[in-house]
Design a protein. Structure first.
Length: 253
């Protein structure tokens, strides 16, 4: 039987004594497509950093594909919300994407033909192959985001984490991205952090709301309790093409 994609047991984390996450417990099966919602500062990005092994929990246990997060890094793809990259550095789009092959190649060795083929395939999948030789500083914010998504794809991940992947892309690419992620999900487990509830409700298989604690729903339904936890005001939610109010208007009972 396959091990879970993610398994967290009573995980807590704090910065300087201030709690950020408390007693988070859930299991995600391989092949799932998880959407994570929640308010700014609620702990979503911190949770991703714990899953990636960048941070270590104060308490609790985390397993990624049955391994400790630091040991599973070679099997994981990650697209951060912000990429702290020097745009004046003399590298092209294909150079950036090839960095995703470093875990597959031996340190100190030249990239192979296979590495370059994988990088070009990843660029083509995000619609950026024609920009392969373009200097990274010449690209728009949305184009750079596509390049960093391609870099993560080039590593052939078994699980793919994305933190607000559409924050700097055009609406057309947002639609294309989620169509692409649904196709990729046939082979890869996907975890996406986003504020776009409508997009999440149309595409994911399961959903979690994080605001210090977590509510996890395996059927991908965004519940009133989640919305109440994530957003202080009433929200009109569009789910699977059908608009409905999940919280009352101010003054309603």
């Amino acid at each position: 039987m396959d091990v879970p994609a993610l398994e967290l047991k009573h995980v807590s984390f704090s910065y300087g004594g201030s709690p950020v996450l408390e007693d988070v417990t859930f299991t995600l099966t391989q092949g799932d497509f998880l959407g994570i919602i929640g308010p700014n500062g609620g702990g979503k990005t911190t949770l991703l950093k714990l899953l990636l092994g960048i941070l270590t929990p104060d308490r609790g246990e985390i397993r990624v594909l049955g391994e400790l997060p630091r040991d599973a890094k070679r099997r994981v793809g990650y697209v951060p919300q912000y990429t702290d990259f020097n745009l004046s550095f003399p590298v092209s789009a294909i150079d950036i994407v090839l960095m995703g092959r470093l875990r597959r190649s031996r340190i100190g060795r030249w990239y192979t033909r296979g590495d370059r083929a994988k990088a070009e395939e990843a660029l083509e999948r995000v619609g950026m192959l024609s920009y392969r030789d373009r200097h990274i500083g010449e690209l728009s914010g949305g184009q750079r985001q596509r390049i960093f998504i391609a870099r993560a794809l080039a590593s052939d991940p078994e699980i793919f984490f994305l933190d607000e992947p559409t924050s700097s892309v055009d609406p057309e690419f947002e639609t294309d991205l989620y169509s692409f992620l649904k196709e990729l999900n046939k082979k890869v487990t996907i975890v996406v952090v986003t504020h776009d509830i409508g997009v999440i409700s149309r595409n994911v298989k399961s959903v979690a709301c994080v605001n210090r604690t977590m509510i996890f729903h395996e059927e991908g339904k965004i519940t009133p309790k989640m919305i109440d936890m994530a957003y202080p005001c009433p929200v009109d939610l569009v789910a699977h093409g059908t608009p409905h109010r999940v919280l009352p208007l101010h003054g309603e009972k």
